[in-house]
Ligand binder design. Structure first.
Ligand code: PRP
Ligand code: MN
Ligand code: MG
Length: 180
């Protein structure tokens, strides 16, 4: 375990198992369709790769880079597009892929944007859901794990751009972010 990690919340094996399960579920839900899978950079990258590996329908992949946190610990409430999609959304069945829903601001912004762009359907799949953090009215269609209101990193989730490459989800030691 990494020295800055207090405890492992979700192990590599548990994540692998969950990706298989969710992939099978998405396979059923999108049978006969050609969804556009949208990864929200950068956090969604490992989860997107692993869950879609187990989603056995034809699909298209695209990416959107939206930033709401900057370098801050808490969301500023401001969402900005850093990189937009290359693909047209109109009439498409969208599957938005996220690593975590916290305040919900990132996703509520994206859902509004894709509705405005006339998507045929919009589903959200997230590996982690932190319900206690929610300020926006948004729920995911498919959730891997619920997490408590702690500072979680790893498997795509960062603290100041670090820890995304950990193969598990862990809780950060408070001293790393200047807590006690
Ligand atoms: C993080 C995370 C989600 C979002 C969740 O991304 O990956 O995308 O915040 O928070 P919210 O529900 O409060 O909006 P971040 O903006 O830090 O960018 P990153 O994925 O590049 O780390
Ligand atoms: Mn993100
Ligand atoms: Mg981040």
């Amino acid at each position: 375990m990494h020295n800055d990690i207090e405890k492992i919340l979700i192990s590599k094996e548990e994540i692998e198992e969950k990706c298989k399960e969710l992939g099978a579920q998405l396979t059923q839900e999108y049978e006969g369709k050609f969804p556009l899978a949208i990864g929200v950079l950068k956090g969604a990258l490992p989860f997107m790769a692993d869950v879609l590996r187990h989603t056995e329908v034809h699909l298209e992949m695209d990416f959107m880079d939206v930033s709401s946190y900057g370098g801050e610990m808490r969301s500023t409430g401001e969402v900005k597009i850093v990189k937009d999609l290359d693909t047209k959304v109109e009439g498409r069945d969208l599957l938005i892929i996220e690593d975590i829903i916290d305040s919900g601001l990132t996703l509520s912004y994206l859902v509004d944007l894709f509705k405005y762009r006339k998507a045929n359907s919009i589903k959200i799949v997230t590996l982690l859901d932190k319900p206690e953090g929610r300020t926006a009215d948004i729920t995911a269609d498919v959730v891997g794990f619920q997490v408590p209101n702690e500072f979680v990193v790893g498997y795509g989730l960062d603290y100041q751009e670090k820890f995304r490459n950990l193969p598990y989800i862990g809780v950060l030691k408070p001293r790393v972010y200047g807590g006690e």
